[in-house]
Design a protein around this ligand. Structure first.
Ligand code: PHE
Length: 455
């Protein structure tokens, strides 16, 4: 009975498909990680490597998940089972669910900080001198402060509120509002940043190609960045593809989504670097960039009233970017539980939220209590490493092998051409098979060996 209740739910519009899936890809990774990693690793040279990797690995990887997802037409476990033709293949979908849920857990901690800072920015409590800015973050991370745990849970529940409204009224509706808002905020912030004196130095730092910095480390960094940024390997894209329409052109959608993801990452750099360089501050990576460096930059660069507006827009941007991604991570698990068990969608969403909140609380607590961790590191870092270094590459590897070697070619062709609606281009088919059968698996095995420390 439960299988019948499942579907065929689809996104209502083509734009909804692009915004929802691009919303999953565009996230905190694009804003607080990509720009600085890029600036420190050869600028435009890094962008070029990232672009090549995206073409070689990102596009076929995303296509692979889309093919499995739309062909399956159901949750990730069912879709991988159908793709592999055996029950056991469902494990790959289940591993994707686990990976997505673990990411949602620790990601919601940072997302919670963003909401907290949005509140502080709105009440004009972020700005106030470098000492005040540093103290605010240090206080948030104090061992007796339970706000990070609470905000992490609150963010997961906020995500759940959207999820339970369903695919069209929840995910698609929210993405159609949030993704354009995010792009508009970015453009406004880039305008403000680039209008400052010496802004051009910042643009140069980001875009000046320095090939002398490129070595194998940089290439592996770009590979890892691409996985996380494109949401590959968690079955998240596969779950969304099960909501695609029959006539959605998978190749075209993949190209649009990848382009949006890259463009947002570069735009984030154009927002951060010109402002930072205009006040002679060197941007760093991660929490200190977002919660300590940037408020300081805004304060030094703009008069107070403008700095106030800019900081509100900045934290709103981060909150929205995080939310469109957490929606997709939550949906993977909610879809599996609601379609594979007798539980309703809303009960399934509660189960996912409960599990992810537990991961979120463990992660948040471990960041403020040094002695609370595993293998000599915080839970937060353990979950981060386990997913980014092992689970995502493994998920993507299995996806490529299934699409390249296990799925019958007619089925892959049916999806690639949307059942004959689009012409079958032999060159694209050939390239897709070379990439998914050989090139991507080899590259991914290299990434795995590098991450585990074998090379
Ligand atoms: N792509 C998102 C980001 O860049 C993170 C993400 C990873 C989302 C895996 C879904 C699944 O922040």
């Amino acid at each position: 009975m439960n299988r019948d209740k499942a579907h065929k739910t689809t996104f209502a519009t083509k734009l909804g498909i692009i915004f929802a899936t691009a919303g999953s890809a565009v996230g905190l990774g694009n804003i607080w990680h990509f720009p600085t990693t890029c600036g420190q690793n050869g600028g435009a040279a890094f962008v070029l490597i990232y672009l090549i990797i995206t073409l070689l690995l990102g596009i076929p990887g995303m296509m692979g998940e889309f093919i499995i997802g739309r062909n399956g037409g159901k949750d990730a476990v069912s879709s991988y089972r159908k793709a592999g033709g055996k029950h056991a293949y469902g494990i790959i979908g289940a591993a994707g669910v686990l990976g997505g849920s673990l990411i949602l857990g620790f990601y919601s901690v940072i997302a919670g900080w963003c909401v907290y800072y949005l509140g502080l920015a709105l009440t004009d409590n972020v700005l106030g001198g470098q000492e005040h800015i540093n103290n605010t973050f240090t206080n948030l991370m104090a061992p007796d402060n339970y706000l990070p745990c609470l905000f992490s849970i609150a963010f997961i529940l906020l995500t759940q509120m959207i999820i339970v409204r369903g695919v069209r009224k929840g995910i698609e509706w929210a993405s159609k509002i949030m993704v354009p808002t995010l792009i508009m905020l970015l453009i406004l912030l880039i305008g403000a940043s680039c209008s400052l004196p010496n802004a051009f130095d910042g643009i140069l730092f980001l875009l000046h190609p320095d090939f002398s910095q490129v070595n194998e480390q940089v290439i592996f960094k770009a590979l890892g960045e691409a996985f996380f940024s494109l949401s590959l390997g968690t079955a998240c894209l596969c779950t969304y593809a099960s909501y695609f329409q029959e006539d959605t052109n998978l190749l075209k959608s993949t190209i649009h989504i990848t382009f949006i993801d890259m463009a947002v990452a570069i735009m984030a750099g154009l927002m951060i670097f010109p402002a930072a360089f205009s006040v002679n501050v060197k941007p760093d990576v991660g929490p200190s960039l977002v919660f300590m460096t940037m408020p300081n930059v805004f304060e030094q660069a703009f008069p107070h009233s403008i700095a106030y507006v800019v900081s509100v827009m900045f934290y709103l941007l981060l909150t929205i970017a995080a939310l469109t991604s957490t929606i997709s991570m939550h949906e993977i698990g909610t879809a599996v539980i609601s379609q594979e068990t007798p539980l309703s969608r809303s009960k399934a969403a509660w189960v996912v939220s409960a599990f992810c909140s537990l991961i979120g609380v463990l992660s948040a607590y471990s960041l403020s209590h040094e002695d609370f961790g595993l293998f000599g590191d915080s839970f937060f870092n353990n979950f981060d490493k386990l997913t980014a270094n092992i689970m995502l590459p493994l998920g993507a590897l299995c996806t490529m092998l299934i699409v390249g070697w296990v799925m019958p070619k007619e089925v892959v062709m049916k999806e690639l051409t949307s059942n004959g609606l689009y012409p079958r281009r032999e060159l694209i088919v050939k390239m897709f098979y070379i990439l998914s059968r050989v090139v991507c698996p080899i590259l991914i095995v290299c990434i795995l060996m590098y991450k585990i420390g074998i090379i």
